[in-house]
Design a protein around this ligand. Sequence first.
Ligand SMILES: Cc1cc2nc3c(=O)[nH]c(=O)nc-3n(C[C@H](O)[C@H](O)[C@H](O)COP(=O)(O)OP(=O)(O)OC[C@H]3O[C@@H](n4cnc5c(N)ncnc54)[C@H](O)[C@@H]3O)c2cc1C
Length: 426
Amino acid sequence: MKINIIGGGLAGVEASYYLARNGYKVNLYDLKPDKLGPAFHYKDFFGELVCSNSLKSVNKDNASGLLKGEMETLSSLIMEASKFSKLPSGQDLVVDREVFSSYITNKIKDNKNITIISKEVSELEEGEDIYNIVCTGPLTSSPLIEYFKGKYSSSFCSFYDAAAPLIYLSSLDTTNMYYKSRYDKGEGKYLNVPLTSQEYYAFNDALVSGERVELHDFEHFEGCLPIETMASRGRDTLRFGPLKPKGLEKEGNRPYAVVQLRQDDVAGSLYNLVGFQTNLKYSEQKRILSMLPGFKDVKLARFGLMHRNTYISSPEALNRDLSLKNDSNTYIGGQFSGVEGYVESAATGLLAAIYLRLRLENKKGVYFPINTMMGSLVNYLVMASPKHFAPMNANYGIYQYPFKMSKEEVYDYSIKSIEEWLKKNF
Ligand SMILES: Cc1cc2nc3c(=O)[nH]c(=O)nc-3n(C[C@H](O)[C@H](O)[C@H](O)COP(=O)(O)OP(=O)(O)OC[C@H]3O[C@@H](n4cnc5c(N)ncnc54)[C@H](O)[C@@H]3O)c2cc1C
């Protein structure tokens, strides 16, 4: 029997370490240290944080905090590393990135069940007794993408380099907003946010002066410009572009500009901001969006971003145990599986390894509890509409919990579900 784990990022190290500490020998393949992918800086580190050094909230009443609690319950390596490398910070888990990754790297290198192989994988080994867990991330190198496209179909891998923020409708004051599609045409009803000239220009100017993420060579926009770039081309550019009010009159009156919100296909509680793909820093996105009328307390489920993101079409390609429908010996974890975020990526890497272990121990058909944030993420991956599928991070919009529970109660409930599940199955 052979287990190959491809990719030593956050997901791949979780998967390798989980299987290794449970007695399985694994081969961990990565481009590093021979080759360095476009977003990476450290040749010698596995589990590198490619951008921010924040792993987001640790609060029990926060979806990201819940995800971390679940990962800790499963003895996650990245949670262990984050405790070791934690920096003083408020409600977020902020780490020293070098201490974090070197802790992980030492754990991987010191484990005799893990064989590290520096190689760019361009095709997967196949055989009855050979298992693969692919965790090559949003920047999966092209030979492997081509392999998947050739073996399955060209639609197997999706790709985007821009996404608008996703917000919770419940966090908005919708009193002055109204539903209407442009010229009352088309199926989709948009929720419209009318802006006065004063509100529009204040918002426009804030976009222009907002702090942006440093751009790297690999980013390319191809006609899909960040909203702040459009705003900086002229103070009226946006109101003749994505904030155009024409056709969105309210009771015969045309607002000066209109921000349009489109219901996200999967969960009715989440809305997309139309045309708001952005390269602004996460903290700036929140600050500037709060300036819009009715957005004072806006909560973002996913921030806008602009970088290459390759992921498989999970609703079409994946089984509930994260194995491929077309090749059940191959499992997919990490951002390549269609989640978004550091901890989310590590979580699906860990789940892929747990599912492989269950299978090797003849417990096929046992599934991780769905009434958890990790279970909800996988549920989203396999149940989302393939047509509109886009990577998702931890949020309560995808988690079906009993309505009357407080967020703290949801936390305790989810952790208890995992503890009981572990006791029953291992
Ligand atoms: C530019 C950028 C910035 C991001 N910023 C954030 C952020 O601030 N916060 C956040 O929560 N999320 C962020 N993300 C999203 C996501 O959380 C990270 O990409 C995360 O690192 C994904 O983890 P992963 O393990 O799936 O993949 P990765 O961490 O990317 O690891 C994949 C590994 O696979 C290796 N690999 C790739 N192709 C091959 C191949 N063919 N053969 C062998 N090895 C291969 C790579 O060398 C790499 O080590 C960002 C993503 C990008 C691209």
